[in-house]
Design a protein around this ligand. Structure first.
Ligand SMILES: [Zn+2]
Length: 284
């Protein structure tokens, strides 16, 4: 388990699934050969063979007044997902969430950086043959533009995600559609980081003068500190995705805010450090 403290806020990582390699969809340019040229990625973010380590996890953000969960992974028992290993999971996520951070009933707010299948799956769970909200007492916030696009576009398992993980929330009246720069609490604000999806948001945390940013998928892997031009197979608008990544890395290097990676393995968080040649590394 990893926990970070930021002023009056604590952030706890709940890991659902860690994997090595299998990057065809995520980052097709990250061949083992290219990754091996970046020794700083070893051992936390890549293997000696040059295979990328990745993770699917949630962050529970405890503010003085609210319990928030940012992204909810894949979910157990889901089907029709684009990656075979993501179907029919039977993992310990809910147990780990309850043990290390909060019982699901006590979560007040569920944030979703974007509506891909690895970010909203635990919004529901199967009870007696029916998908029911996992966080029955939480408002589930989605950026309005993201919700509209995902609902219309489908693809990459998004239609299936809507059917089993979003529709039950609609029926229960648990959804609020918000702006991409919505202020959620005094300490928590959405930040538009468009490109990976049309309404993609990151989550900015601020307390007692300290700042952190939960990335979502504007950056998938620390290898993109060195190669921000490497795009994900899942990027909706690759040109905009690269622009967003470059400008966010510049800003994070300037502000020294803690970057908390939504798919980063190992230490998961760190600071954006310039390497002197115009590039960056993750200082974890
Ligand atoms: Zn993702």
């Amino acid at each position: 388990m990893s926990t970070w403290t930021l002023g009056d806020i604590t952030i706890t990582k709940i890991t659902e699934l860690e994997s090595i390699g299998n990057t065809e969809l995520m980052l097709p340019q990250a061949t083992p050969e290219a990754v091996r040229r970046l020794p700083w990625l070893y051992p936390h973010f890549a293997t000696e063979q040059g295979l990328l380590r990745t993770s699917i996890h949630s962050f529970v953000v405890m503010t003085p007044t609210r319990r928030i969960i940012a992204d909810t992974g894949l979910g157990n028992g889901k089907q029709g997902r684009p990656v075979p290993a993501w179907n029919g999971l039977d993992g310990r996520y809910l147990h780990d969430l309850t043990e290390t951070a909060s019982p699901p009933e006590a979560i007040d707010i569920v944030l979703c950086t974007h509506l891909h299948v690895d970010h909203a799956g635990w919004d529901t769970r199967m009870v007696n043959g029916t998908w029911v909200p996992t966080f029955p007492n939480a408002r589930h916030l989605f950026a309005r533009t993201e919700f509209a696009h995902a609902q219309e576009a489908g693809g990459q398992g998004t239609s299936e995600l809507f059917a089993d993980s979003v529709s039950p929330l609609i029926e229960a009246g648990l959804i609020d559609l918000v702006a991409t720069d919505e202020q959620i609490t005094p300490e928590v604000r959405l930040v538009p980081t468009l490109g990976h999806t049309p309404g993609h948001t990151s989550v900015l945390l601020e307390s007692r003068g300290e700042h952190a940013l939960i990335t979502g998928d504007f950056i998938h892997h620390p290898v993109q500190f060195t190669h921000p031009e490497w795009v994900s197979g899942g990027d909706h608008d690759p040109v905009q995705a690269v622009e967003t990544r470059r400008s966010m890395l510049d800003e994070l290097a300037r502000t020294r805010a803690l970057l908390i990676g939504t798919h980063f393995s190992g230490p998961t968080a760190g600071h954006v450090a310039p390497t002197g040649d115009g590039g960056y590394e993750l200082e974890s």
